[in-house]
Write a protein that binds this ligand. Structure first.
Ligand SMILES: [Zn+2]
Ligand SMILES: [Zn+2]
Length: 364
């Protein structure tokens, strides 16, 4: 059996390559990839930011938000996997060692010996360790989530971005019934936060985004936002103050990429003893207007988030499978393996008027 795969060979260099599917090592499994979701971080990987920081080594097969069916098991592996051949599953990208100090403390995202699908060089034995391919090898210890048969591929691959919404806007933010939640950045993760906050019972969800992406703010409304603010036209904290009759936001999530003003604005727009979740990459060490004294003066909690918990992925699958939210509105493109580079550039904003929110790659 052969497998096509999308291989990144250098910064901004992607090509398709044909591999022989190797004989499965004992304890391993083989996945027939159905679809792989495109992550915002795929763009950072494409431009070379991840290689620069030592996270990845070329050449490698990219794609880490993977959905597929169990195609085969290595000898003696079937029992240990707790799934059967033909089962439809979502694959967690991080395989943790379960032995190190972080794993033992339950912080498996920070495993010191972690292995990540889509981040592993093809020089590693087996080579097929990424999701933009026909087949992928799976290591023992891989966390899998069962997927209902009725879900579309496009909904199924939302397990990770929608999961981020549940982790950031609900678990990390501590959102409770009746809360007002403010979200900066209506990209795929920010929009996922809207849906998750509504599911958790937020009474008001306010989304701040640029007027140049007015269509994203409209999409936020369709997914459950109660108010939207044009962050480049309006004074965001003043608008939040007015919308909440002076109460401000109970929880704020910054899911905006590269927009540094969101952080001082979040500090002003969040109520005393409120929580601010920092989730958007800024790629800078300078935040103009940032005044740390406001944090203690308002007794705020600022916290970061990394990765998506298994709990959040389960919530994402449950909610997407329920059909209660118009998740189809998040799907803007379904692409083939040949189109991965184009898709990554669309997601990174390099293709004018592409209007990409969530992109699904299907190796058909
Ligand atoms: Zn991702
Ligand atoms: Zn570990």
């Amino acid at each position: 059996v052969q497998s096509r795969a999308v291989v990144q060979t250098a910064d901004r260099q992607i090509r398709q390559q044909l591999f022989q599917v190797p004989e499965l090592p004992p304890d391993h499994a083989l996945l027939k990839v159905e679809a792989c979701g495109m992550c915002g971080s795929d763009y950072e990987q494409y431009t070379g930011r991840m290689a620069e920081s030592g996270l990845v080594e070329y050449p490698l097969i990219t794609g880490h938000e993977i959905v597929g069916r169990i195609a085969a098991f290595g000898s003696g592996a079937a029992e240990s996997w707790q799934v059967a051949e033909g089962d439809r599953v979502a694959v967690e990208a991080i395989v943790s060692c379960k032995q190190c100090r972080e794993c033992q403390a339950g912080r498996t995202s920070f495993c010191r010996n972690r292995f990540i699908y889509g981040y592993t060089t093809i020089s590693a034995p087996g080579a097929l360790w990424g999701g933009y391919a026909d087949y992928m090898l799976m290591k023992p210890g891989t966390k899998l989530h069962a997927l209902p048969e009725h879900m579309t591929s496009e909904d199924a691959v939302l397990f990770n971005p929608l999961g981020a919404g549940f982790d950031w806007a609900v678990r990390a933010a501590g959102t409770r019934v009746g809360d007002t939640v403010l979200i900066f950045g209506p990209g795929q993760r920010g929009l996922a936060c809207v849906l998750a906050a509504r599911e958790a019972g937020a009474a008001a969800v306010i989304v701040a985004g640029r007027s140049t992406s007015r269509w994203r703010l409209e999409l936020a409304r369709e997914l459950g936002a109660t108010h939207v603010i044009e962050s480049d036209v309006e004074d965001v904290p003043a608008a939040v103050r007015e919308l909440t009759n002076g109460d401000l936001a109970d929880r704020t999530v910054d899911a905006s990429a590269h927009a540094t003003q969101a952080i001082p604005q979040a500090i002003e727009a969040t109520r005393p003893e409120g929580t601010i979740v920092l989730a958007g990459i800024k790629a800078t060490d300078t935040i103009p207007g940032f005044n740390p004294d406001r944090i203690f003066a308002k007794s705020l909690t600022l916290r970061g988030v990394f990765g998506v918990s298994s709990w959040a992925k389960e919530q994402a699958i449950r909610v997407a499978a329920s059909g209660r939210f118009p998740t189809d509105k998040l799907h803007t493109h379904t692409l083939s393996l040949e189109e991965v580079e184009h898709g990554v550039r669309m997601l990174g904003g390099e293709v004018p008027d592409a209007h990409a929110v969530h992109i699904t790659v299907k190796p058909v």
